[in-house]
Design a protein around this ligand. Structure first.
Ligand code: NDP
Length: 295
């Protein structure tokens, strides 16, 4: 078993981003700037946004966290997004999900200027990704692709089985792995809660991507000998063992699956760190104007 070590890869790529950011800042006369909107007080979301902001500072970006009460109206939020879209000093905008029930996440996603959509959730970016055109790729799948690339894993011709079809992880992952690119060129099966005989499907996978949101869902009997296993899941449980008061678990039973796998990501220390890298790279690209030229 070899570890797909998010810490090692993310540290290396962050150094590259930091160097490029310093050059770009000199050229533009300002730093790349990411704004993150956070609505309400969800513990997980607060942790993720804080980590995104911290990482921005570490590579030399400006970062602004705009926090709103849980009772902000949809209209107020959409107006705020419009303001940010028009602000030329801001390169990237993300709205942390989930949003409160009275706000339609699709409306919010589509309100963000696709040229600032560094989460890559806007339909224009998703459509362009499908067509293999320059775009912002959703951060988690982007990070996973960078990790496969870093370790020189040859994915061509392999059968990839993805468990979970969300708009932010499973579905874009299926597109990227099926694309005619490297990494990519896989034969992809996208599974979900209505899939029949899920275990048989997962057992076919030379590559298994687990993005379900259920602790230790993928067990050793579901995984083929020698498979490459990517665990996207982040399941928080309270714990007295840690300083933070909670412990993180993946969607894969790491202890029993890792001896069977050729490569595997740990949780924590795997995909989560790479998601941050995906976001940082998209923000840098947005500031450079390489995906969408600046007006
Ligand atoms: P969603 O809840 O949006 O999607 C979960 C998917 O899993 C759905 O497609 C659902 O199927 C499927 N699913 C649920 N139960 C089963 C089952 N019994 N059998 C088969 N499929 C099932 O989750 P996300 O994609 O947003 O996130 C998944 C996990 O990844 C979570 O733990 C989340 O915290 C984590 N995550 C981690 C990130 C990171 O940076 N590491 C980033 C984003 C998410 P259906 O569509 O039929 O309902």
């Amino acid at each position: 078993m070899n570890l797909l070590d998010g810490k090692e890869v993310s540290t290396k790529i962050k150094e590259d981003i930091k160097r490029e950011t310093a050059e770009l800042t000199e050229k533009l006369g300002r730093k790349p700037h990411l704004v993150a909107i956070l609505v309400g007080n969800d513990g997980g979301s607060e942790t993720y946004v804080a980590s995104k902001m911290r990482n921005c500072e570490q590579v030399g970006f400006d970062s602004t966290n705009l926090r709103y009460d849980v009772d902000i109206t949809e209209e107020e939020l959409l107006n705020k997004i419009k303001e940010i879209n028009a602000d030329e000093s801001i390169d990237g905008l993300i709205v942390q999900l989930p949003l409160p029930k009275h706000i339609d996440p699709d409306k919010v996603t589509e309100a963000i200027d696709y040229r600032k959509d560094v989460d890559g959730f806007h339909p224009i970016n998703l459509g362009r990704m499908q067509r293999n055109l320059p775009c912002f790729i959703p951060a988690t799948p982007y990070g996973i692709m960078l990790m496969l690339e870093h370790y020189g894993i040859d994915t061509a011709g392999k059968k990839a089985v993805i468990v979970g079809r969300s708009n932010i992880v499973g579905s874009p992952m299926s597109i990227l792995l099926a694309r005619n690119s490297n990494p990519g060129n896989c034969t992809v099966t996208l599974t979900h809660s209505r899939t029949k005989d899920l275990k048989d499907e997962v057992l076919q996978g030379d590559i298994v991507v687990a993005a379900i949101g259920k602790k230790n869902f993928v067990t050793a009997d579901m995984v083929k000998e020698g498979a490459i296993v990517i665990d996207v899941g982040i399941n928080r449980e309270s714990s007295t063992e840690t300083k933070s008061g909670f412990k993180l678990y993946g969607d894969v039973d790491f202890e029993n699956v890792s001896p069977k796998s050729s490569w595997i990501t740990p949780v924590p220390g795997g995909v989560g760190l790479m998601t941050i890298i995906g976001l940082l790279k998209n923000t840098l690209e947005a500031a450079k104007g390489t995906v969408y030229p600046k007006a």
